[in-house]
Write a protein that binds this ligand. Structure first.
Ligand code: FAD
Length: 457
C-alpha cells in the first residue's frame, strides 16, 4: 500500500470513529478510517444491535407464552436458536452493508489493517504510513474480567454469549449492570434458570434506587434470581458446568458463567503512550473538548472515561469533526446523555437522580414527581407496571427523568430533549401527548409538577 495523506485520519471504525468520519467528510475534509476488523465496531457487530435483536426475540417468546391473557390462542413451543441467530445476523449484515455504502457514498476512504500511532500526524500500518493533519483515536473497548478470573471454557464474555448455539438451562451472570441484566432477561425469556451476582446492594446500581428496586421486583416475579451485596470469590469448571463461590461461602451451580463486570479501554499496543499520548488507568486523557495531551490528536468513545454508550460515541465523533473544522460545537455532559437498559422491563434515564440533584442544589430546592404507570392506559393495555419519575429544581428546570416499564426506553427521546433544553415543567406542560401512549406518562408528570395534575392526585 502506498503512503497516503488526508485531512483527518481516524483509528478505529466503530460508532465514534465512523461518526467522526461522516461529519468530517460533510464538512469538506478528506478522511480515512483505519479499521482492523469491520466498520461498525462493537455496537453493530457484538453489542447494541445483536443484543437488541435477541431481546426482541425474547419479547416475542414472552408474548407467545402470555397470549391467553389477551384472548389469543397460541402456545409457546420452544426456541429455535438457529433461526434466532439467522434473524440476528441478518439484521447486523444489512446494517453493515448499509454503513459500508454510506461511508463510500460520503467519500470516506476505509483502510483495512491494524494501525499504530507513531506521531501527532502519522499512523503506521504493516505496509505503509497514513498521514493526517489531525488524528482521531477511536479504538473502543473490550470485555473486562476480575483479577484472577480467567475467561475461557464455560466462563464467557458477552461476545461468546451472543454466539452460543444453544439456550443454556442454567446460567450465572456476574455483574448486575446493563449488559448482565440484558442477557439475564433474554435467557429467562428463552427458558433458562438465571442467577445474577452483583457485589453492590442493587441491580443497575448507577440508576435511581427506586428503579433498581422496581427492576428487582419485576425480575423476582419473572423468576430471575439474584444475589446482591456479596462479592464473587471464585469459580471452578468441568465438562458439565461451573460452580461459583461467593465471599459469604454461598455457591451457585450453573452450566455457564457470563462475566459482565464492565469494559476496559482498548488502548494497549496501539502506540498511544509511546507516541506521547497520556493515559490514565488505560483511558485516554482528554480536555473537555476531547483533545488528548498531544495537540491535534483527539479521542472519542469508549476509550474516553465515562459512559460507554454508542450514542455518546456518535456525539463525540460529530463533536470532534466540528471542533477540528473550527465550528466550536457545544459540549454535552455525560449526565445529560440518555441511558437505556433494554431488559424486560426496560429502564430509561437522563440527567440527575434525585439524590444527585439534592447534593447539587440542596434538599429544599429539589422537587420530584413519581407517576405510576398504573394510571397510564397504554401501559395497562401492554400489561405493564412501572413508573416515570421527573426531578426538577423548584421554580427551575427539569434536571432528571427516570422510568421503568415495558418499552419505556422510547420515552427517553422526549425526556432528554426537556432535560438538555433546561425546560421548566410549566414550559412543556401545555404541549400535547397522543392518547393512548406511554409517553403521556411524561406529560402527566410535567402537568403535576406544574401544579395541574390531570389523571393523578
Ligand atoms: C453486549 C453489549 C451491548 C451493548 N449495547 C449497547 C446499547 O444497547 N446501546 C449503546 O448505546 N451501547 C451499547 N453498548 C456499548 C457500545 O457498543 C459501545 O459504547 C460503542 O461500540 C463504543 O464505540 P467506539 O467507537 O468507542 O468503539 P468500538 O465500537 O469498540 O469500535 C472500535 C473499533 O476500533 C477498531 N480498532 C481497535 N484498535 C484498532 C487498531 N489498532 N487499528 C485499527 N482498528 C482498530 C476495532 O476493531 C473496532 O471496530 C453495548 C456493548 C456491548 C458489549
Amino acid at each position: 500500500m502506498p503512503d497516503q495523506s488526508f485531512d483527518l485520519v481516524i483509528l478505529g471504525g466503530g460508532s465514534g470513529g465512523y461518526a467522526a468520519a461522516l461529519r468530517a467528510s460533510e464538512l469538506g475534509m478528506s478522511v480515512a478510517v483505519i479499521e482492523k476488523d469491520k466498520v461498525g465496531g462493537t455496537c453493530l457487530h457484538r453489542g447494541c444491535i445483536p443484543t437488541k435483536a435477541l431481546l426482541h426475540a425474547a419479547e416475542v417468546a414472552d408474548t407467545a407464552k402470555d397470549a391467553a391473557h389477551y384472548g389469543i390462542r397460541a402456545t409457546f413451543d420452544s426456541v429455535d436458536i438457529e433461526a434466532v441467530t439467522a434473524y440476528r445476523t441478518g439484521i447486523v449484515a444489512k446494517k453493515f452493508k448499509g454503513l459500508q455504502s454510506l461511508l463510500k457514498a460520503r467519500g470516506v476512504t476505509t483502510i483495512d489493517g491494524t494501525g499504530k500511532l507513531t506521531s501527532p500526524t502519522t499512523v503506521q500500518l504493516a505496509d505503509g504510513t497514513i498521514t493526517g493533519k489531525h488524528i482521531v483515536l477511536a479504538t473502543g473497548s473490550y470485555s473486562r474480567s476480575l483479577p484472577g478470573l480467567e475467561l475461557g471454557g464455560r466462563v464467557i464474555d458477552s461476545e461468546k454469549a451472543l454466539d452460543l448455539d444453544y439456550v443454556p438451562k442454567k446460567v450465572a451472570v456476574l455483574g448486575g449492570g446493563v449488559i448482565g441484566v440484558e442477557f439475564a432477561s433474554v435467557w429467562r425469556s428463552f427458558g433458562a434458570d438465571v442467577t445474577i451476582i452483583e457485589a453492590l446492594p442493587h441491580l443497575i446500581p448507577n440508576e435511581e434506587e427506586v428503579l433498581s428496586k422496581s427492576l428487582e421486583r419485576a425480575f423476582r416475579k419473572r423468576g430471575i434470581q439474584y444475589s446482591l451485596g456479596v462479592r464473587f470469590q471464585s469459580v471452578t469448571q468441568d465438562e458439565s458446568g461451573v460452580v461459583v463461590t461467593l465471599e459469604d461461602g454461598k455457591t451457585i451451580d450453573a452450566e455457564l458463567l457470563l462475566v459482565a463486570v464492565g469494559r476496559g479501554p482498548s488502548t494497549a499496543g496501539n502506540g498511544f503512550e509511546e507516541a506521547g499520548v497520556t493515559l490514565d488507568r488505560g483511558f485516554v486523557n482528554t480536555d473537555d473538548r476531547l483533545q488528548t495531551s498531544m495537540p491535534g490528536v483527539y479521542a472519542v468513545g469508549d476509550i474516553v472515561f465515562g459512559l460507554q454508550l454508542a450514542h455518546r460515541s456518535f456525539q463525540q465523533g460529530i463533536f470532534v469533526a466540528e471542533e477540528i473544522a473550527g465550528l466550536n460545537p457545544a459540549i454535552v455532559s455525560d449526565t445529560n446523555i440518555p441511558r437505556i437498559t433494554y431488559s424486560e422491563p426496560e429502564v430509561m434515564s437522563v440527567g440527575l437522580t434525585e439524590a444527585k440533584a439534592v447534593e447539587q442544589y440542596g434538599r429544599d430546592a429539589v422537587q420530584s414527581y413519581d407517576y405510576s404507570l398504573a394510571g397510564n392506559a397504554k401501559s395497562e393495555i401492554l400489561d405493564t407496571t412501572g413508573s416515570i419519575k421527573v426531578v426538577r429544581v423548584k421554580d427551575g428546570p427539569v434536571v432528571g427523568v427516570h422510568g421503568i416499564g415495558t418499552r419505556v426506553g422510547e420515552l427517553v427521546g422526549e425526556a432528554q430533549l426537556v432535560v438538555n433544553w433546561e425546560a421548566y415543567p410549566e414550559d412543556v406542560a401545555p404541549y400535547i401527548h397522543g392518547h393512548p401512549t406511554q409517553y403521556e406518562a411524561l406529560g402527566e408528570a410535567f402537568l403535576a409538577l406544574a401544579g395541574k395534575p390531570l389523571h393523578a392526585l
